[in-house]
Ligand binder design. Structure first.
Ligand code: CMX
Length: 464
């Protein structure tokens, strides 16, 4: 009973008016945030105008292969928040993830950079101070208000509906709260778009852990969510609401996970979808609901679920056998012979081991290197790149982050694989929302690439 009452403190009365249900930009920390963003926005708007004066400059040649194969590496979008280098991995506003992990403020006694501090960095281009981070965390807690009707919608979903379908539904259910949409209806000016987008971005970031925890409780437990604890940071409170363990290291693992997955520039399926939908001035809730559907795909976000499933299947099939680099290579050969990919290996853009994987590996080596599942992950890390390389077609035979995340979560008792992809969007909310705000801030237009039938390509490339 107490648990229900305490989450209820974060639920508003049914059908509140959007503008009164959600706090608006009155708090000092949001004013500080905006004050930091404004000069950067002005600078970038000027840069955009200067670049458009040189708009005819060619930056790349487009090949038939790039046109057919998913526009891989084609520089044809602008994303301000982060940039991916094929060898070094993602950088948030120029800071590598190793640097983010070192430089971003931490929870007391913690070692992982806080994800909400990463959000601030993505929005402002600056590492926040300890005081700014604390105030920003408090601001997110202040905005952690979920209307009862949205929870009722989630409660009405069948328990066997995939949690990713449920989180996308939750995002659409919350759309009614969009301040951006409301202000658009009231005729807001173009120059104001980003400020109301920021309102939604902050609210949505505060709301998604509650919805994600509720979905976990509904699908895997009795529907009751452990107490919301606003004394904790954003990630630790989410870990707390999942209620899988009291081990403080689970909170630390969740902080690391949510910081590492926060952003991955703009071309990946979910970020690109969010950007595309947002470019039509659909509000942040609509846009992220669409992006979440992309994240549910097995070649994208769902890969972490698939990867853990593969690892657990290996453990089952090889029960009683010693797992060595040699034996895991033989097992992986069978997976490949069945025409399947090895989940968690390879990447559409990265051409090196994913730094997110390496940071998770450092965490696991430090905190639970004796875990049998970690030992299997470790054997795969050593054995599978040479095997995939030997196929001669895999462009990046190294592990991506999904090859590790499942092991860490499982170690701390989060064993419900179908839920794994939901943890990813809780984190990625930070990146896609920062991207959304920036896209409106610098006035990026509706996106509309040109498509052609194969016959049109054939006329040019094959002269037929
Ligand atoms: N196991 C087996 N074969 C693989 C492979 C893997 N892990 N990764 C790539 N290949 C194969 C591809 O299937 C493709 O084969 P065909 O030519 O026969 O179709 C060939 O190697 C070339 O692929 P690629 O150019 O190296 O990779 P893509 O850009 O086409 O795809 C990705 C990238 C991630 C979809 C692919 O590596 C893959 O399927 N990996 C496993 C799934 C996974 O881990 N996804 C998570 C990625 C991270 C994320 O986006 O969230």
């Amino acid at each position: 009973m107490e648990r229900i009452a305490r989450i209820a403190a974060h639920v508003t009365a049914p059908n509140p008016s959007p503008l009164t249900a959600m706090p608006t930009a009155s708090s000092p920390i949001v004013e500080t945030l905006k004050a930091k963003m404004k000069p950067l926005i002005a600078e970038k708007i000027k840069l955009k105008a200067d670049l458009l004066k040189a708009g005819e400059t060619k930056i790349a040649d487009l090949t038939v292969e790039q046109c057919i194969n998913g526009a891989r590496s084609v520089k044809c979008m602008v994303t301000e928040t982060s940039d991916l280098d094929a060898m070094k991995g993602i950088a948030y506003r120029g800071l590598s993830l190793y640097d983010c992990n070192k430089q971003l403020p931490k929870a007391p006694g913690g070692e992982a950079g806080l994800p909400e501090a990463a959000f601030w960095l993505l929005l402002t281009g600056e590492v926040p101070s300890e005081a700014e981070t604390k105030a920003f965390t408090e601001e997110l807690h202040r905005r952690a208000v979920v209307p009862q009707y949205a929870l009722t919608i989630i409660d009405g979903l069948p328990k066997d509906m995939h949690p990713m379908t449920q989180i996308s539904t939750a995002m659409l259910a919350l759309q009614k709260e969009s301040i951006f949409a409301k202000m658009y209806d009231q005729g807001m000016k173009k120059g104001e778009y980003w400020e109301y987008a920021l309102e939604d971005a902050l609210n949505l970031t505060a709301q998604i852990p509650i919805m994600a925890a509720k979905i976990f409780a509904n699908v895997f437990k009795n529907g009751s969510v452990p107490a919301y604890d606003s004394k904790l940071d954003w990630a630790a409170n989410y870990a707390q609401m999942l209620g899988v363990t009291d081990d403080p290291m689970f909170k630390e693992a969740t902080r690391l996970y949510l910081m590492l997955h926060a952003d991955h520039e703009g071309g990946n399926v979910s970020a690109h979808t969010t950007h595309l939908v947002g470019s039509a001035l659909s509000d942040p809730y609509y846009s992220w609901a669409a992006g979440l559907c992309g994240l549910a795909g097995p070649l994208h976000g769902l890969a972490n679920q698939e990867c853990l499933a593969w690892l657990l299947q290996v453990q089952k099939d090889m029960a009683g056998q010693e797992i060595t680099e040699k034996s895991i290579t033989e097992y992986a050969k069978k997976t490949l012979a069945e025409g399947k990919v090895i989940p968690g290996f390879g990447h559409a853009v990265l051409r090196n081991t994913d730094p997110r994987y390496m940071l998770e590996r450092e965490f696991a080596l430090k905190h639970h290197s004796a875990d049998p599942l970690f030992k299997l992950v470790d054997a795969c890390f050593k054995a599978l790149p040479p095997l995939l390389e030997s196929l001669g077609k895999v462009k990046n035979p190294n592990p991506n982050v999904d090859a590790h995340s499942g092991q860490i979560m499982t170690f701390y008792g989060l064993t419900q694989q179908n839920y794994y992809t939901v943890i990813f969007p809780v984190s990625r909310t930070l990146g896609v929302m920062a991207q959304y705000v920036w896209s409106r801030a610098i006035g990026l237009p509706i996106e509309r690439p040109k498509s052609v039938p194969l016959d049109v390509l054939a006329k040019t490339a094959l002269k037929k």
